[in-house]
Design a protein around this ligand. Structure first.
Ligand code: ZN
Length: 273
């Protein structure tokens, strides 16, 4: 059973119901100790407002979601992505976020060059890494399920993310999202190999009858992922930090009363994670 002291609310879980100040107040009301904001809501509230509000609320910030999206059809697009990632690093530093989540980007528009896209990702990360190191912000490479390879992340497995993190060196690690990595036959060995480089751990569930591969994530315990088992692997690899609940659910949880969602998050965090 996961300790509620490790629970962090990834704000996408209540994205459709609450803006960032409401999510912060929701965490306070439910005694959830940590939060992971998304940049669109952060921009809407204002960085300074968010920094003050989160600090005054006494919340830890497990991560900022998200940087990445380095792949582009031309050099100007790649440079714009690098500039935007530097801003994201500054925001993460201001928030005291434990890491910046990196969803690295898919194939550039019109391209079928997957190795080329992966090279763009590596080069983009290398370009922003000095800024991240100077700011003290860890870059957390998040592998996404291969169904997202074309449009969101050419990083698909924990092993692939670890290989890239090790090649880039200090300041780069891996974020393990159960929704994206649970199916991987090499998962146990890959998580063990990630020891010392795990910067984040995200939970939700994979509904047996998934109706939308992005926006139909299940509440922990409502699907087929062995969340306790994966948590055990992550802890055996030395990660005992915050655990983000990240549920994108257009058809269900985004339709519900957000306070009821947070109560269910806590209940299932304790019983199913
Ligand atoms: Zn995630």
């Amino acid at each position: 059973m996961a300790d509620l002291a490790r629970l962090s609310l990834n704000t996408v879980t209540v994205r459709e119901q609450w803006d960032l100040p409401q999510a912060i107040e929701g965490c306070v009301r439910h005694a959830i100790p940590a939060i992971a904001p998304w940049r669109d809501k952060l921009a809407a509230y204002g960085l300074g407002n968010a920094v003050r509000h989160i600090r005054d609320a006494g919340l830890a910030v497990s991560s900022l979601c998200r940087g990445g999206m380095f792949t582009a059809a031309d050099a100007a697009g790649r440079m714009a992505a690098i500039d935007d990632n530097r801003r994201a690093i500054d925001e993460a530093a201001a928030l005291g976020a434990q890491s910046l989540i990196m969803v690295v980007g898919g194939l550039p528009p019109g391209s079928k060059d997957l190795p080329g896209a992966r090279a763009q990702v590596r080069d983009g990360l290398a370009a922003v890494l000095p800024h991240a190191r100077a700011a003290g912000v860890g870059l957390a490479l998040e592998p996404l399920h291969p169904m997202a390879c074309a449009d969101r992340a050419v990083l698909s497995t924990a092993a692939q993310a670890l290989t890239l993190a090790e090649a880039l060196g200090d300041g780069v690690g891996v974020a393990l999202d159960c929704y994206h990595v649970w199916w991987d036959p090499a998962l146990a060995g890959s998580i063990a190999a990630c020891a010392g480089r795990i910067l984040g751990f995200h939970v939700s569930d994979w509904r047996l009858e998934t109706r939308d591969t992005v926006f139909d994530r299940g509440m922990m315990g409502d699907g087929v992922i062995d969340l306790c088992g994966i948590r055990g692997m992550v802890e055996a690899a030395g990660y005992h930090g915050l655990i983000e609940v990240e549920i994108m659910s257009r058809l269900d949880w985004w339709q519900r009363d957000p306070d009821a969602v947070l109560r269910m998050v806590q209940e299932r965090f304790a019983s199913a994670v």
